[in-house]
Ligand binder design. Structure first.
Ligand SMILES: C[S@@+](CC[C@H](N)C(=O)[O-])C[C@H]1O[C@@H](n2cnc3c(N)ncnc32)[C@H](O)[C@@H]1O
Length: 215
């Protein structure tokens, strides 16, 4: 597989849809003001998620793990008329920062931001989703999947981020910690689930794209 260096990454970005001004500002502000900015999705992944929303004609999207709102806003750009992204984060310290950028994007009508534990909030969401983006606690990935599965329409997608976990999933010298174990169990569970088709893409930290083919 082609290894990406900084020049290639620049080339890829220069030949993809450009980042909107608001997302560029959000990315800069996150890097300057917020802990662990590496968690932010970034333009390539944001454009990928937006494209998936457009291809599905998505009207109902769920994100688990908002952080500062980059992917939520990216997906909101890709919604069909009348569409809504529900996004959940347990960290209330980021609430004002994130809400500020959702408003700055002008997409506040399309983004419903829930603050709290996803495992408590998901069962209360009375929606059928076209797309679910899983990007929160790696130890809970399998639980999020079980909680959302019945809420995804047949033909809809569940996309999980970080499934290569910096290469730790396939490094024989790494003794799996709790997060690596969470990802390993999740990837194995998806691979064995006969109700879905799945494709693990080496985009950024690894995206597992899962299409629900039966109930
Ligand atoms: C990798 S970041 C999400 C990045 C974001 N999707 C983006 O595009 O920039 C993970 C987020 O998941 C949140 N999180 C962790 N456990 C959670 C839980 N049980 N429920 C909701 N959010 C959770 C963390 O607070 C953190 O902000």
């Amino acid at each position: 597989m082609l290894e990406l260096n900084a020049e290639l990454e620049q080339y890829i970005l220069a030949h993809s849809e450009p980042e909107s001004d608001v997302l560029a500002e959000l990315s800069r502000a996150t890097h300057l003001q917020v802990l662990r900015p590496r968690m932010l999705s970034g333009n390539l992944q944001g454009q990928f998620l937006k494209m998936m929303c457009k291809m599905l004609g998505a009207r109902r999207v769920l994100e688990i793990g908002t952080y500062t709102g980059y992917a939520a806003i990216s997906m909101a750009y890709g919604l069909a008329e009348g569409g809504v992204v529900h996004t959940i984060d347990v960290n209330d310290e980021l609430e004002d920062f994130t809400r500020g950028f959702i408003e700055k994007s002008g997409l506040q009508e399309r983004v419903v931001f829930h603050v709290g534990d996803a495992c408590e909030i998901i069962p209360r969401l009375n929606e059928t989703f076209d797309l679910v983006f899983i990007d929160a606690d790696k130890r809970e990935y399998s639980e999020y999947y079980r909680l959302v599965f019945d809420k995804v329409r047949v033909g809809g997608l569940i996309i999980a981020d970080d499934v290569l976990w910096d290469g730790k999933v396939a490094d024989p010298n790494v003794k799996p910690d709790a997060q690596t174990k969470g990802i390993l169990d999740f990837n194995d569970m998806i691979q064995a689930d006969p109700r879905v088709e799945n494709l693990l893409l080496p985009i950024r930290h690894g995206l597992m794209v899962i299409r629900k083919s039966e109930i």
